[in-house]
Design a protein around this ligand. Structure first.
Ligand SMILES: Nc1ncnc2c1ncn2[C@@H]1O[C@H](COP(=O)(O)OP(=O)(O)OP(=O)(O)O)[C@@H](O)[C@H]1O
Ligand SMILES: [Mg+2]
Length: 515
C-alpha cells in the first residue's frame, strides 16, 4: 500500500514542531535556572536529550587508568581543581567527601558520587563535571590491576566532563591543560608531608578507602630542621647547598642524561643525628619520607614494587642498612654457588645447606636487588628522589653498594665537637658564651660524647635548672666519661699485659712439651 503524501508531510511537521518545542523548553530551563529546582538528575537527562539537537561530547577521567598501579595524577588534579567550585554554595553540591588538608583543622572537600558542578572557561565556554563510580570489575577477585587486588575490588571512580561540540578545540586544547595546572597548584598548597612505611601492607588510601597499597602512612610532623641540627657549620652548609643543587637540578640531570635522584650515605655512631638529619632534609626540601624496613620485604620484586609506588619529591630511607640484611654475604654466596654449579662434578657443593635454606624462608632480597633498586632501570621512574642509607658500621658494607654514583655523598655524623656543642647550648639554653665553655671544649677534645648525650645534659630537668646548672651537669658527665675512659684504658693495658704474660708462659709450656 502506498503511503499517503500527507503522512510524510505530517510527520515532518510534527518532528519540526517537537524540535522547536524542545529548544524553547531547554532555553527556558536554562534561563529560569529550573535545573536547580528540578534537581541535578533531571538536568542531566535534559542535557542528554538536548544533545539530539546540540550534541555534547564527554571526556572521562578514571581514578585508575587501565593497568596502572598508582592512582592517576589526572584524577587527583581534577579533584583538586574542582575543590573551589565544589565548596561554592551556588554550585549546589549536596554530598561532599572530606580528606585531611595541610592545616590540622582543614579539610580538602570534593564531590560525592553523582554530584555535578558547572564551570565556565574564559567567560564563554560552559562545561559540566560529574563524579560517579561503578561497581568493581567482575574479574577483580585476585591480583587485579592493583597489587593485592583489594583496591580492584573497590568501586571504580570517575569524573566525566561534558561540553558542547562547538567548544571541542578550546576544551581539549586549552581547558583541560588549564585544569591540570590549576589542580596541581591546589595540591601543592594543600600538600601534607607524609611518612610512609612498608611495615603494614594494608591501609586507608587518601580517599578514606581501604586498599592494598604496599605503603601505609602517617602525617610527617618532625620538628627538626637544619636550624636546630648541631654540626660543624661548614659541613652543614655544604649539605644544604648540595640539597639546593639537587632540587634545582632538573635541567642539569636531563642534560647529562642521569636520572633525577641522589644517594646519601649517613654513617656514624648511634646518637650522632643520622635520623635527625633525614628529618631536617625532608623539612628543608618539603619532601615525603618513605622509610623501608628491608627485613619485611620478601623478594627483589617486592622491593621494586615499593619503589614504583613512591612518588616524586620524596626521600627513600633504609636505616641501618648493615643490619637489615646480609647483603655482603648474599653476593659472595651467589658467586660461590654459581662457581660450584658451573663445576664439572656439579654435586653437593652447589646445593645450599640447611642453614641457608632456613635463611631463604625469610627475606630473599639480595644485594643485586638493592643495587637495582638504587640505580636499575626502574629507579629512573618518576624522578626527584633522594635515597638515604644510614649505618653505624660503614666498613661492613659492600663497596658496590656505596660507591659514588649510587651513594653520591657520604656524610660522616661524628661525636659532638665544640662547634656543635656551642650550637646546642644556644638552642637549648639560649647562651652564646659561659665561663664553663672552656672546660667543655677541653673535655670534648678528650672524650667522645654524642650530640644526643650532650643535648640530654643540656635539657633543664627541674624547675630551678638554668644554663649554670645544665652546663655544670654536662661538665660533670664529661669528667665522668673521661675517668671511665682512663680506667678502661688502664684495665685494657692490664689485660693485654696479662695476656702477653700468659702467652709467654704458654710458650714455655709448649717448649717443655716439645722437649
Ligand atoms: N646533631 C644533632 N643535633 C641536634 N640534636 C641531635 C643531634 N644528634 C642527635 N641529636 C638528638 O639525639 C637524639 C638521637 O639522635 P638520632 O636518632 O638522630 O641518632 P642516630 O644517629 O640516628 O642514632 P642511631 O644510629 O642509633 O639510629 C635525637 O632526639 C636528636 O634530637
Ligand atoms: Mg637513627
Amino acid at each position: 500500500m502506498e503511503a499517503s503524501p500527507w503522512s510524510s508531510v505530517n510527520s515532518g511537521i510534527v518532528l519540526s514542531l517537537l524540535a522547536v518545542l524542545w529548544t524553547v523548553v531547554w532555553n527556558n530551563l536554562q534561563s529560569l535556572q529550573l535545573h536547580h529546582l528540578l534537581g541535578r538528575h533531571l538536568a542531566r537527562h535534559a542535557r542528554h536529550l538536548a544533545a539530539i539537537v546540540d550534541p555534547y561530547l564527554t571526556v572521562t577521567v578514571a581514578e585508575h587508568d587501565g593497568g596502572r598501579m598508582k592512582r592517576s595524577d589526572a584524577y587527583r588534579e581534577v579533584q583538586a581543581y574542582l575543590h573551589r567550585a565544589t565548596c561554592d554554595a551556588s554550585a549546589g553540591v549536596r554530598h561532599l567527601k572530606a580528606e585531611p588538608a595541610k592545616s590540622p583543622d582543614a579539610f580538602l572537600l570534593s564531590m560525592g558520587d553523582n554530584e555535578e558542578v558547572a564551570d565556565v572557561f574564559r567567560g564563554e565556554v560552559k562545561v559540566w563535571w560529574l563524579a560517579y563510580s561503578t561497581p568493581p570489575r567482575e574479574d577483580a577477585g585476585g591480583g587485579g590491576y592493583y597489587w593485592g587486588g583489594r583496591a580492584a575490588r573497590a568501586d571504580r571512580r570517575f569524573y566525566r566532563l561534558s561540553f558542547l561540540e562547538r567548544d571541542r578545540d578550546v576544551v581539549l586544547g586549552e581547558y583541560l591543560p588549564h585544569v591540570r595546572r590549576e589542580g596541581r597548584a591546589v595540591m601543592v598548597k594543600n600538600r601534607q608531608r607524609k611518612l610512609f612505611t612498608n611495615l603494614s601492607g594494608d591501609n586507608w588510601d587518601d580517599d578514606g578507602r581501604w586498599c592494598d597499597s604496599v605503603w601505609s602512612h602517617v602525617v610527617f610532623e618532625h620538628p627538626k630542621t637544619f636550624e636546630t641540627l648541631a654540626m660543624d657549620p661548614a659541613k652543614k652548609k655544604e649539605i644544604v647547598d648540595d640539597l639546593d643543587a639537587f632540587r634545582n637540578g632538573k635541567e642539569y640531570y636531563a642534560r647529562v642524561g642521569k636520572a633525577w635522584k641522589r644517594g646519601y650515605l649517613l654513617h656514624g655512631p648511634p646518637g650522632t643525628g643520622k635520623s635527625t638529619m633525614i628529618a631536617a632534609m625532608a623539612n628543608y626540601l618539603d619532601y615525603d619520607i618513605y622509610d623501608i624496613e628491608l627485613t619485611s620485604v620478601r623478594t627483589n620484586t617486592d622491593l621494586r614494587k615499593l619503589f614504583i609506588e613512591t612518588t616524586s619529591k620524596s626521600i627513600i630511607v633504609i636505616e641501618d642498612i648493615d643490619c637489615s640484611l646480609d647483603l655482603t654475604g648474599k653476593r659472595k654466596n651467589k658467586k660461590k654457588d654459581a662457581t660450584a654449579a658451573d663445576g664439572a662434578d656439579g654435586d653437593k657443593k652447589g646445593s645450599p645447606s640447611n642453614e641457608e635454606e632456613e635463611k631463604e624462608k625469610g627475606s630473599k632480597v639480595t644485594l643485586s636487588g638493592v643495587l637495582n633498586f638504587i640505580d636499575g632501570l626502574w629507579s629512573a621512574c618518576g624522578g626527584e628522589r633522594i635515597i638515604v642509607f644510614t649505618t653505624n658500621h660503614v666498613k661492613k658494607l659492600d663497596p658496590a653498594l656505596i660507591r659514588r654514583g649510587r651513594m653520591d655523598k657520604h656524610i660522616e655524623m661524628s661525636y659532638c665537637c665544640f662547634e656543635a656543642f656551642k650550637f646546642l647550648a644556644k638552642v637549648y639554653l639560649g647562651v652564646d658564651a659561659h665561663h664553663l665553655f672552656d672546660a667543655v671544649q677541653a673535655l670534648l677534645r678528650e672524650v667522645d660524647m654524642t650530640p644526643a648525650d650532650v643535648a640530654e645534659n643540656l635539657t633543664p630537668k627541674a624547675a630551678g635548672d638554668n644554663a649554670d646548672t645544665c652546663l655544670a651537669e654536662l661538665v660533670k658527665e664529661l669528667e665522668k666519661a673521661k675517668a671511665e675512659k682512663a680506667q678502661a684504658k688502664a684495665e685494657g693495658k692490664g689485660k693485654a699485659a696479662a695476656a702477653a704474660e700468659e702467652e709467654v708462659d704458654g710458650d714455655d709450656d709448649d717448649d717443655e712439651d716439645e722437649e
